[in-house]
Design a protein around this ligand. Structure first.
Ligand code: SF4
Length: 340
């Protein structure tokens, strides 16, 4: 038995769990191909222009799986991951959208997980995920979930080390662990916090390999995944805001924390055109970046974003940070000389 998982949206958060969980139950997991121009175009053709890019990409991945002959698609409806902390409406309604716009012959497995509702626990969501596959033994499901958590924890541990999601996913499902060494004190480098949702920055086609580009330009890149819950909460406090949307952790939480982190020289945010929650959060981040005296560059992406303009803006921003760092260093040397 095969189940297809689209390589988009919550894939970057939960795939290691799902992979280990289904495989432990003897279900083969088939992943859609890496994002291509064709996948983006297939997904975009199904919805109105104003739909955010990650949703268009997700729909393209559903089509990609169906084209590969996979006729069971897994698409849970993840409403809230903590009581009264909700995902954005597009993620919450994702299965409804898929069912209504991808009109082909397939089975859509669409369990609901909602921590704000009684009876919609994660355990129940898992059970509802496998009942359509004919698996009804709750003990077996529980055992598979334990395997899922083991893999998921390994994945999250690697994210904390600053390893990119794609690499961390591949290591975690093989049961391997990797580290990365960053030296924030290296004077020849700048330290940039990259603030965005995992599906915007870890998808190399959508992000136009922004992480590799920044590293080539001489930057150490820091991600939201490296922070723990207390640090996110500190971030909200720094921005004088509270948490409402689940996806605010990796946006306002991370931005607020890094803005007040002395090692960080600047922040780059990447948001998708058509994203309501991000547009509100960005406005606050921009305001507070001035208060914390941290340069902030916001890049908005959609399916028409050109790579040349994207690179130019990254280069201009990193050049400006390198110059500021040099000036600060020179001032420091002159002050020391004046003292002696
Ligand atoms: S948070 Fe924004 S980018 Fe992400 S799915 Fe929702 S609307 Fe789209």
């Amino acid at each position: 038995m095969k189940i297809g998982i689209p390589r988009g949206l919550t894939y970057y958060t939960y795939y290691p769990f799902w992979h280990a969980f289904f495989e432990a139950l003897g279900v083969e997991v088939v992943l859609s191909d890496k994002t291509t121009k064709q996948i983006v175009s297939d997904g975009s053709a199904l919805v109105v222009t104003e739909t955010c890019l990650p949703v268009k990409v997700f729909l393209g991945h559903v089509q990609n799986l169906l084209d590969k002959g996979i006729d069971i698609i897994y698409c849970p409806s993840i409403q809230s991951i903590e009581p009264k902390i909700y995902n954005c409406s597009k993620i919450r309604g994702l299965p409804d959208l898929v069912r209504n716009v991808v009109r082909r012959n397939y089975l859509l497995i669409e369990p609901t997980f909602d921590m704000s509702e009684k009876g919609q626990t994660f355990e129940e969501c898992l059970y509802q995920s496998v009942v359509p596959l004919g698996i009804k033994d709750r003990k077996k499901v529980k055992k598979a979930a334990d395997k899922g958590w083991e893999t998921q924890h390994l994945y999250e541990k690697m994210l904390k080390y600053g390893i990119e999601a794609q690499k961390a996913i591949s290591c975690a499902i093989q049961g391997k662990e990797e580290f990365i060494q960053k030296n924030p004190l290296d004077e020849n480098k700048i330290n940039i916090a990259l603030i965005s949702h995992g599906y915007n920055i870890y998808d190399e086609h959508i992000s136009m390999k922004v992480i590799q580009k920044l590293r080539k330009m001489g930057a150490n890149v820091y991600f939201a995944g490296e922070l723990n819950k207390e640090e996110y909460m500190q971030g909200f406090e720094n921005l004088n805001t509270t948490l409402y949307w689940a996806n605010e952790y990796e946006m306002s939480g991370a931005a607020g924390y890094y803005m007040n982190d002395a090692k960080i020289d600047g922040l780059i945010t990447i948001t998708s055109f058509g994203c309501g929650p991000d547009s509100i959060m960005i406005e606050r981040m921009t305001r507070y970046s001035k208060q914390y005296k941290k340069p902030l560059l916001n890049l908005t992406i959609d399916e028409h974003t050109g790579e040349a303009g994207f690179i130019t803006r990254l280069e201009a921003f990193t050049d400006m940070i390198f110059r500021t760092k040099r000036v600060k260093k020179l001032k420091g040397i002159k002050q020391k000389e004046a003292v002696h």
